[in-house]
Structures are given as C-alpha cells and as structure tokens.
Design a protein around this ligand. Sequence first.
Ligand code: HEM
Length: 399
Amino acid sequence: KLPAEFVFSPEFSRDPHSTYSALRDRGPVHPIDFPPGTDAFLVVDYEHGRKALNDPRLSMNPARWPELFPMIFGQGNPVLAHNMLNSDPPDHTRLRRLVSRAFTPRRTESLRPRVQEITDELIDAMTARGHADLLGDFAFPLPITVICELLGVPVDDRDAFGDWSTSLITPPLDEEQARHRAEANDAMRAYFGRIIAERRARPRDDMVSAMVAARDEEDLLSEEEVLSTLTLLLIAGHETTVNLIGNGMLALLTHPGQLALLRERPGLLPSAIEEFLRYDGPVERASFRFSTDDMEIAGVPVPKGSLVHVCLGAAGRDPGAFDDPDTLDITRTDNRHVAFGHGIHFCLGAPLARLEAQIAFETLLRRLPDLALACPPGEIAWHRNGSLIRGLRALPVRF
Ligand code: HEM
C-alpha cells in the first residue's frame, strides 16, 4: 500500500508526472493509505480513470464523510456537502439543472466584453512596472472577479474567501490544519448566510438572488443547498482557472519553440489551451468517489465502501491514450483529455474557463511581446496540497 505521505512529498509536488509514470508501469490501480486508515485506491491510467468517472457504482454522496474522515469532516457542518458535485442522481440532476442555464456556451459568450475589460485593466496595472507575479497580479484576480460578478458577491472580499476556499479544498494533515479548515468552513457559511439574507431582503439581477427565488418561490432546493451551491461555484470558479493560466503560461515560457509558434500562429490558441489542460491541468485528482458495491477496477478488487481517487493529471500523460504524452505540442489534434472530468459531473464551468483562458493568453501575448520568466525555472515553487489542485505559488515574469 502506498503511504499517505506519497501525495504530499515535495518531490511529488514538483514533478508528479514521473512518479505517476513509474506507478503506471506497474499497473493502472494502486492501494493507498490516504486519508490514513481508509481503503483507498489511486487510478493512474486514462482508460480506467475515464471509466471510473462514469461508473454509477462510484458514488459522490457524502453521507459517509464524517465516519471515514473524522479529522476532515468530523467537526461542524461541512458547507460543501450539499451541492451537485457531492451528490448522486436524482439530487445531482436537480441541483445541476438549476444553475446550468447560467453556464451555457451562449450565456458564457455574452461575458466576453467584460472579461476582456477586466483582463486589460489588470495588464494596465502591471505594465508600468515592467515585472509582475503573473499569478498574484493577474491569474488570481481575473477569474475571481468574473465569478464574483456572475454570482453577485462583492469582489472586495476576495482575499478573505480566497484563503477560506483554499483551506476547504486542502485535506488537513494535522490537528492544527484541521482547526484552520473548520474555521474556514464556519467563515464561509457566515459569509454566504449574510449575503443570502441581504438578497432576500433586496433582490438584484444576480445569481444569489435567482437561487434565493428558486428556494422561496418554487421550493426547488433547500436553504443548505443554496449555501453549498454558491460556495461550490465560488471555489470552482477561481481555484482552477487561476492554475490553467499559471500552469499554461509556465509551460509556454519554458518551451520557447511553442511560444514562438503560438505568437506566429495565434489561430492555434484553442488547441494550445486544450494542450495546457492535458499537459499540466489544474485539477490533479477528481473528487472523492466511494464504491457502493464490491467491484473490480482493472482486475484489482475494490471492496464496497472504498475510496477511489481518479488521477486526472496522470490520465493526461498516459502513453496508451496520447502520442508522446510528455511533449507539449500546441498543434495536437484529437486531444481527448479529462482535465474537466467526464460523465455526469463533467465541469459545468468549462465554457467559462475556456473563454477566460483564451482572452487571458491572447491579450498577454499581444500586449507583452517580451514576456519572459524573471527567475530560473527551477526556482518556481508548486503548492503542496495533497495533489487535489496543481498550481504554482507564484510566477515571476518580466516584460
Ligand atoms: C466540476 C475542472 C473551471 C464549475 C469539475 C470537475 C473537474 C473540473 C475535473 C469534475 C470533478 C469530479 O468529477 O470529481 C475544472 C477546470 C477548470 C474549471 C480544470 C478550469 C480550467 C470551472 C469554472 C466553474 C466550474 C470556471 C464555474 C463556476 C464546476 C462545477 C462542477 C465542476 C459546478 C461540478 C459539476 C457537477 O458535479 O455536475 N470541474 N473546472 N469549473 N466545475 Fe469545474
């Protein structure tokens, strides 16, 4: 059995791909002691990972969370427990349908002028200085501003809920981190509780008000589901896209040939973005899934009640699914990566993430023709967070 530390080691954070590759050579499914004391399995290939994401025997229902992870979910009332991501049909279908109208490709496209405006303002603020932390100065504020405006929550609060959401998606390693996480949970609950009460008293033309109306006028979801859905959207709307911009830009800046090709042929941008998602996608591992029955994955027995971790980052580098998987190739065609997941939980925000990334990369490359790393690539540090999200701590650049 792999030890829990496996996914938290600095070596793994720096370069998960060679570790995954060594594991994959031994087989697609590996038992792991993570969270400690659970029956858990890592799926590290494309074929079985993709199948698992679409297997109705693997449930997302959090009813067993407190029992399985007392340290993570034992305290308090987890704010993320009652949303579409953490439910199975029919609740999943009902909760997803309620917000899916806001994320269709057409609705998303209508946000283009505003996303462009925010992008230009952020670049204006950087250009005077000639250098920047592309993560903190650009990749973080862009998606969080967009999702705040879409939901209708004040963007001025972004630093506070940026911290809470990072705590909420990072599995705690000790009591101290568990306490921090419980505090973030309570803070997020209080924050959205206040906003919901404000919109209930004075509705506006925003998503919080629309969800409150769906609750009060049509009884389509519970108060707890309103709170949990808003928290999910806020977290999913920024923790991921920031790293698509960060990881993708690092990939480009460390592959000068690919950068030159993209500058020469800007029409390659859509396929470049799919390649960034495959090569170093923001979601390293899909959410927890539980087996509701004794089953086998790739011939490995997975007893009922086990936890299955599908490693999306590993699937993207599987030589069984992609030619030359460790090569960044922005001209790659037929790129069927699973960076946005697969099956009924396929990312609802994928059109929005793609729109934001297209505008971000197009505008950065056009307006900053000399963009380059401001430190040796070896000095760029990755977050160590148990490999749920793969992202950089900072991305120092000059231009
Ligand atoms: C689900 C990735 C951006 C909202 C997912 C899943 C993945 C993912 C892998 C499935 C998780 C699983 O099956 O366990 C990404 C990536 C993004 C991104 C890589 C950026 C590059 C966004 C944005 C939003 C969003 C901008 C907008 C609010 C959601 C929601 C779900 C989800 C609501 C749950 C869908 C469901 O359960 O039916 N995302 N996401 N995501 N994502 Fe994203």
